[in-house]
Each structure stands twice: as C-alpha cells, then as structure tokens.
Design a protein. Structure first.
Length: 217
C-alpha cells in the first residue's frame, strides 16, 4: 500500500485517479483548494492545498510516497487553465525540492500536443485546431520542457492519447514514449478510467522515472 496525495482530485481525471487508487487499497489524500466543496469518497483524507504555492506543495507532499498532479490535465479544461499548467510544474518541483531526500515521487498529468505523429511533426501541427486548444497544448509543452531539465526530483509525466474522455474501465492500454499511440485506423483514444489504470500501474511498478510516456487503447 502506498500513500498517495492527488492534487486536483475534483477534476475529470483526478476523480478517476482517486477511484483507481482506492480500488487497489492505497491510502489516498485528496488535495483541493476548497475542501468544504468536495464530496470525498469514503476512506479519502481531504486537505487544502494550492499547486501554485511551493510551500503548500511541500506541506501536502510531506510523508507521502507519491504526489500526483492532475491539474490542467485535459478532459473538460478550458482556456482558464492555461495560466496554471507551466507555473504549476515549477511550483511542484520547487516544493518537492524543499523536502530534500524525503520528497515523494511526482507523477504529473501531461498533454498530448507535443507528442510526435511523424518524425519532426507533433500533434499541435495538425491543421484546423482551435487557437484556445493550441495554447493549452503549448502550455503543456512548456511544462514538459521544464520537467525535462529537472534531475534532482524524481518525476514522471503521463501524456494522454489524442482523445481522452470519461468511459469504461477495461484495464487495457498500450504505451509509447514520444510518439502518439494510435490504432489500426490511426485513432488515438483512451478513457479517463483506463488512463488512471496506467497511472496507478506506474505508481506500483515504476518504469518511466525521469521521463514522459503516453498511453492509448
């Protein structure tokens, strides 16, 4: 059993991560900005926290085995999340640095925009994408570029497939690294539930420390 703190536990993806962690018997702490407005599942400890405040990050991370950041991860996020994505990455790392050797591992929900669809071609190069979506994709790209330069905090970023949405939990997924994972028809898709399965699998059996990976059905 691991002690897992989830920042952004109220969100579309964060909710599924909490559910999956509970399903596996882990000890879960939900970190939300306004605890009084969060209907916590049974067995979940709830604390207040601000992902943009390194001191708050350090406080909620202390004593945990893993800190999950599900902030700005997609699935219903709009342009309002744009200003949070890259600054959150910096705050998370700064907060964990403050804990030194006692810092937990960090697993962050990433974006798919910077994944390659062909050599030298990325998802965000797809014609016709709306400007607000491109801005979010590039914000995630900036966060990823920042993480890539961090070597004193143990981190992993899990990028979703091209499309991620609530659905069924099949428990099946395929993984990739810097290339978008697609099926035989060229589609890249995963449910939030199966994304959470992949993230918990990474928590239980780390295979991508200090790098990004991606998943799709």
């Amino acid at each position: 059993m691991a002690k897992i703190a989830v920042i952004g536990a109220k969100g579309t993806i964060g909710t599924r991560i909490v559910t999956e962690a509970l399903r596996r018997g882990h000890q879960v702490t939900a970190v939300v900005r306004e605890p009084e407005g969060y209907a916590a599942p049974q067995g979940v400890r709830v604390v207040a926290g601000d992902v943009l405040d390194p001191a708050s990050v350090a406080k909620v991370a202390a004593g945990q085995d893993v800190l999950v950041s599900a902030v700005g991860g997609g699935g219903g996020d709009g342009p309002g999340h744009l200003a949070t994505i890259e600054p959150a990455a910096r705050s998370l790392v700064e907060g964990l640095r403050g804990l030194g050797a006692a810092a937990p591992r960090l697993i962050a929900v990433g974006g798919a925009g910077s994944l390659e669809t062909a050599p030298g071609v990325q998802v965000w190069d797809t014609p016709g994408l709306p400007e607000w979506l491109l801005q979010i994709m590039h914000a995630h790209g900036d966060a990823q570029a920042y993480y890539n330069g961090v070597d004193d905090v143990v981190w992993t970023v899990l990028s979703p497939s091209g499309t991620i949405e609530p659905g069924e939990r099949s428990g099946a997924y395929r993984t990739g690294l810097e290339q978008l994972v697609v099926d035989a028809d060229g589609k890249s898709y995963i449910t939030c539930e199966d994304y959470a399965v992949a993230l918990l699998d990474e928590i239980e059996k780390p295979a991508h420390l200090g790098r990004r990976f991606t998943v799709a059905r």
